[in-house]
Design a protein around this ligand. Sequence first.
Ligand SMILES: *Cc1c(COP(=O)(O)O)cnc(C)c1O
Length: 447
Amino acid sequence: MQQTKILLEEKDMPTSWYNVMPDLPEPMAPPLDPETKKPIAPEKLSAIFPMSLIEQEMSGERWIDIPEPIQEIYRLYRPSPLVRARRLEQAIGSKARIYYKDESVSPAGSHKPNTAVAQAYYNKMEGVRRLATETGAGQWGTALSFACKMLDMKCTVYMVRCSYDQKPYRGIIIRAYGGEVFPSPSRHTSVGRKVLEQDPNSGGSLGLAISEAVEDAAQNNDTKYALGSVLNHVIHHQTITGLEVKKQLEIAGETPDVLIGCVGGGSNFGGLVLPYMPEKLEGQKIRFMAVEPQACPTLTKGRFAYDYGDMARQTPLIKMYTLGHGYFPPPIHSGGLRYHGEAPIVSHAAKLGLLEARAYFQNEVFDAARLFMQTEGFLPAPETAHAIKAAIDAAKEADPGQVVVFLYSGHGLLDLGSYDAYLKGELKDQAFSDDEIEKSLSECPEI
Ligand SMILES: *Cc1c(COP(=O)(O)O)cnc(C)c1O
């Protein structure tokens, strides 16, 4: 019998997350206070984040224990399967073996609960009773409202108005978990009211929704803010996937040649590949491949510079690959990949030449999604389809017998509007011109 799914037993689930920081050949540049342009003091972040997560953000410890209550919630869906995509291999005539790590099996349908559960837990331990956050397409809001319910906390989600109207289903799931969701701009914050006064019909933006959630957290003592990607502690939490893959490939008797993930803020990609950094730095030949949309080509066309994390310039300055905090990507169907920046850890690794990046257009990405669906059976999220496209290309380029592994970041069962547009031939292949990117980059602050 040919084995298809490589399953780990619950007792073999990793009990620590991995922090790549102490293993990096050069230290990372620190986040800066936007006022003084000096490294930011941890206390400054404590209005919106709990101290334990701020400590993880700055930690130099290689391993971070996963508290048992988090493991208990993880076990609702973890360990997740590693699946051999044999029918996909056959369809493309691949001589390489393709595996995918299936994170779509979580309650929210993506990898995001891996950090949502952890963040809710640490907040709860410090007496926080409610978490506020923003969500674009709704994946992160769904994950956080699930996590808050598991820990008996409240959850408030500011959802970008146009997504709230166009894609009502995620908002319904958030409410079914017991969370509250407001279209942003909302009347609940001063920044929301200000925008509504100027434009009652504003469709909102992710930057604005972040500003509303941060204001909510800063002004309420029992409330803190949670971010679903980009930050170091988020990437640490996501390493549970790569650590499981290591054990699963060992069981299968395989060593990976290429590890692939799509990148929005960089958390699912970082979680998969970073646990392999020690082997890579010791000289093992293993490629890390980050995949992004041509419409938001942060790693392939951005600049490594200090920039703001949000449009409203409220966040600390972080050194990362960026397209400029004012970059407004065209409305492609991969909402989760439209962030202007990239996680500092992933950016730093890219700067050191430790990973490679590729960018694809929407239609070729959906072609890959359809091929995957028609061979492996499952319908991937449009974000995930970027990784599938790259895995197909990498497998075709690979030597016979090589092993290609990608992270299947989520299912696409709530993204059917995008599939409809694709099937009707309505998707546009958009890329920003170099001039437009140059203009947006010119707004990065001088440091
Ligand atoms: C949010 C999301 C992404 C992108 O976020 P990262 O932080 O880059 O991982 C990718 N895929 C899915 C399904 C998502 O929900």
